[in-house]
Design a protein around this ligand. Structure first.
Ligand SMILES: [Zn+2]
Length: 255
């Protein structure tokens, strides 16, 4: 009898679990690898992009062999190679560096007049509640001008990231609707992630995107998610374990 009751309870528990899957935690950062590794030329990771989706629906990164820029928006992962055209990623692609979260806006700033990227950063600096948290930042709207870049795919032996960025390909688009996806990280994160601002861009029609270099926003809104929890997973690849990270040149994403 007792066993029967146990089985009945177990049955209802399973039923409940199926009907109410665990709620995704919002604004928790999941990061794979560290920026110092990427800067030093660790371009081979063992994180499948499909796995990455479990940890967030919003974020950025790159792909193995540094084959283009990664944009994660609304749960879809896009790859922008050096032709500048976003494509939905193949399921079996691997990443050597990515940062994602389940985005939830805590604060919204409406922008009704044109703003440069510099002005937007100043507005954000004034609006963010503390320099000591991480922030997920989403800027959506109509843009007068957007400049992005991507980087060419690399083969072993890998050069460092600064050398790869010297070979970046840039793209420009006027009058485009789209979304800026990115983060602001505190000073103390230096080496682990990119300190300060790091943005990628994806147009609404999904035909244009990349790592953001510059923009002029016509009108739109900024949404900010405050991140107070941070999880970092390190790669198990030979490329990661055997590379010596040399802290010389700082990785400046907007240069
Ligand atoms: Zn980037």
């Amino acid at each position: 009898m007792k066993k029967q009751l146990k089985n009945i309870l177990l049955f209802f528990f399973i039923l409940f679990s199926i009907a109410h899957p665990q709620k995704k935690e919002t604004n928790v950062l999941y990061q794979y690898s560290v920026i110092n590794a990427l800067s030093a030329g660790v371009y081979e990771g063992d994180l499948n992009v499909n796995e990455l989706k479990k940890f967030g629906n919003f974020g950025l990164g790159t792909f193995n062999n540094i084959d283009g820029e990664m944009i994660v928006l609304d749960g879809i992962i896009y790859q922008v190679k050096t032709d500048g055209v976003p494509i939905e990623t193949a399921k079996n692609l691997l990443s050597p560096f990515a940062a994602v979260t389940f985005f939830k806006s805590d604060t919204t700033i409406e922008l009704k007049t044109p703003q440069t990227l510099q002005k937007i950063k100043e507005l954000l600096d004034a609006a963010l509640p503390s320099e000591n948290y991480l922030y997920a930042i989403k800027i959506s709207g109509k843009f007068q001008k957007v400049k992005t870049r991507s980087v060419p795919k690399q083969q072993q032996p890998f050069p460092d990231l600064a050398s790869v960025i010297k070979k970046q390909v840039t793209f420009e688009k006027d009058n485009v609707n789209g979304t800026v996806i990115g983060f602001k990280m505190p000073e103390f994160i230096d080496g682990v992630n990119v300190k300060s601002y790091h943005f990628h861009f994806l147009s609404s029609d999904k035909h244009f995107g990349g790592h953001l270099l510059d923009l002029v926003l016509d009108k739109g809104k900024i949404e900010i998610g405050v991140i107070k929890e941070f999880r970092c997973q390190l790669p198990s690849t030979k490329n990661y374990t055997e590379t010596k990270f040399v802290k010389e040149e700082c990785y400046l994403p907007n240069k």
